[in-house]
Structure formats: C-alpha cells, structure tokens
Design a protein. Sequence first.
Length: 115
Amino acid sequence: MPTAPYLRDPLAQTDLTDWGVIPTMIEGESHTSGKLIHKGANGESECGLWLCTPGKWHCHVTRDEFCHFLQGRATYVHESGEVIEIIPDTAAFFPKDWKGVCTVHETVKKLYMIR
C-alpha cells in the first residue's frame, strides 16, 4: 500500500538541505535550500519546501509549478511586463515556459508542486 508523504508545520522547518545559489543571478547572490516531500519515480513530478534569500535573477520555469508562499516578499515580472507581488499567504501558478525576472526582497519560504 502506498504511503502519503507529508510535512508538518512548514514554517517551523529549519533542517533544510543546501540547494546552492541561483545560477542566473542579475544582482546579489540568492541562496536556496529546501526539503523534498516527494519526487516521482521518473522525476516527472515533485513537491517540497523551498527557501530563498534576497537577490534578483532571470527565471525560466521549465515545468508547470504551483506555489504557496508562506513568508517573505518577492516580485515576479513576466517578460510581457505582468507583475506578481508575493507576500505571505500568496498562491501562484507558473505555467511551463514562464520567463521573467524574480526579485526576492525578504527571504521567501514556499511549498511547491512541479509536474
């Protein structure tokens, strides 16, 4: 019988894995870390907790991603000019091939699902 992976109290999580620096930085040095809740057998989907420190970078979403931002502030600006302001308790869906610039103003923590 399959199990249902879960994460209790995501805001209190501090035991995160270092996922490195964002490779497409424009300004600063955004450092990421997180905790994987589930990854599909063939890597086709994953979900987890993601933390990112302040900075600005080029963003290209390569697979559909749903995010629920729990803390921090960020601005996502699509290449078309559309602006998404992220504050705590913001949910957003970024479709595959979304491209733009992300600026993290205050360290963000989010739950995400990629498919």
